[in-house]
Design a binder for this molecule. Structure first.
Ligand code: G6P
Ligand code: MN
Length: 427
């Protein structure tokens, strides 16, 4: 019997990459029904058209169905791939702008911006957990991926969910360049929490790299920062720490500098993306009309789509593949609770991810990571229940905030601004 895979958020600008990922594994998923689901009917129809054209051009045996509601999309699906952004870029703009007004980094996933996003994402994921077939796997990209995964695991016990982020793929490539190593065959044990991972162990074709020696020799490059890469600050940080930080570490260790930069920049990342999206979607529409479409890679380039499809294949085909995912710790990282949702290398097969034993977090970031975890747990509970007191506690616990006054102001403004997406906080 062929498999049904629901894709929630199929109108996303990241879909061309997901379609490429599906093509890449077309033989392994042959005959699958792909249930594209989005509340944006135009973008949904566009991506369905693009997918059908790309599948036809490459002879891939997939059937694409279109759904503007969750019920029919999820019915009978064995895998539910979630890649939506609740409230879209307009809501992301508020997540990025509101904290900044109060002197706090405004970021989509880290800090209060991520908290507000969690409050919008979690209710939808809980609904998906309620509607999904028993036994279905939710493969989640919707951010903040670990908070969402934690909320579903604890507020809908028994749901099968795995949280994804491809940041480690791009970060490993960046570190290969910085350290003068080939990225092919380079593997790092990234451990910690999503967007707060650290790597002390790095191997090239299985052979350990002497990281302290490499970092001692590393020269800090000038500039070169893009929205998702800041090699100069990363190199500076790695030399101080003695191991590799995730790209989001800059928000913790250069917080005030980043606030100044974001303020000076004048526009949010969401506004920058909003400005490029019309041309991007128009170019996809033009490609979809061609016999062999080759859409641009401006959104979700690199391995984003392939990574997700590979995880679905690992579950579906019981591949026992080693991947870095967000899942219950179960002792893999000794410095975090067993039931914490952590980001960790795991072996993924039919029964889900089995995290590999990784030992403790590195001492210089152990306390920070534990503090982020304390925040995340409160954030997951606040987002699931709509308890304002827990919401305030979450923001007070976040390492960017710590101030009760600031937490109160951001919470009040944020909940008001996002009212339409926060049924759980309705009076
Ligand atoms: C990285 C992060 C994702 C995040 C994305 C945003 O890939 O790992 O979690 O959603 O960046 O990229 P954007 O281009 O939308 O700013
Ligand atoms: Mn991510």
């Amino acid at each position: 019997m062929s498999v049904k895979i629901a894709i929630v958020g199929a109108g996303s600008g990241y879909m061309p990459g997901v379609i490429r990922g599906l093509l890449h594994r077309a033989d392994d998923l042959s005959g699958a029904e792909l249930a594209f689901c989005d509340i944006d009917a135009d973008h949904l129809a566009l991506m369905a058209r693009l997918a059908r054209a790309m599948f036809a051009a490459r002879g891939a045996d997939f059937t694409v169905t279109e759904h503007t509601g969750l019920e029919s999309a999820l019915d009978g699906a064995s895998y539910v791939f979630t890649t939506f952004r609740p409230g879209g870029m307009a809501a992301r703009h508020l997540d990025e702008a509101i904290p900044l007004r109060h002197g706090v980094v405004g970021q989509e996933t880290a800090g209060p911006g991520g908290f507000l996003m969690a409050c919008r994402s979690v209710p939808v994921l809980l609904r998906i957990a309620d509607l999904a077939d028993p036994g279905a796997w939710i493969v989640n990209y919707t951010n903040p991926t670990n908070v969402v995964t934690d909320a579903v695991l604890r507020h809908r016990p028994g749901t099968r969910i795995i949280g994804l982020c491809d940041q480690h793929v791009g970060d490993t490539v960046m570190w290969a360049e910085l350290l003068g190593l080939p990225s092919d065959g380079l593997e790092a044990d990234w451990i910690g929490l999503n967007h707060a991972t650290w790597a002390e162990r790095v191997r090239l074709h299985g052979e350990p790299i002497d990281l302290p020696a490499r970092l001692a020799e590393l020269e800090v490059p000038d500039g070169g920062a893009t929205p998702w890469r800041d090699p100069s600050r990363m190199a500076e940080l790695a030399k101080a720490l003695g191991f590799l930080p995730n790209s989001y570490a800059k928000y913790y260790f250069f917080h005030d500098e980043v606030v100044e930069e974001l303020r000076a920049k004048g526009t949010t990342r969401a506004q920058d993306i909003l400005a490029m999206l019309p041309a991007y979607y128009a170019s996809i529409a033009a490609e979809a009309a061609k016999p062999d479409p080759d859409p641009g890679r401006e959104r979700g380039g690199g391995e984003h789509g392939e990574f997700a499809v590979d995880v679905i294949c690992a579950l579906h085909r019981d591949e026992r593949r080693r991947v870095i995912v967000n899942t219950s710790n179960n002792g893999a990282i000794s410095s975090l609770d067993d039931d914490a949702v952590v980001e960790v290398p795991a072996v993924v097969g039919r029964d889900g991810p089995v995290p590999l034993t990784m030992g403790p977090l590195p001492a210089p970031v152990r306390g920070l990571t534990q503090a982020i975890h304390a925040y995340e747990r409160l954030a997951a509970d606040a987002a699931a229940t709509g308890d304002r007191r827990v919401a305030l506690q979450a923001l007070m616990a976040h390492p960017f905030v710590r101030s009760k006054r600031t937490a109160e102001r951001i919470l009040q403004e944020g909940l008001a601004a996002h009212r339409a997406h926060l049924p759980q906080f309705a009076p």
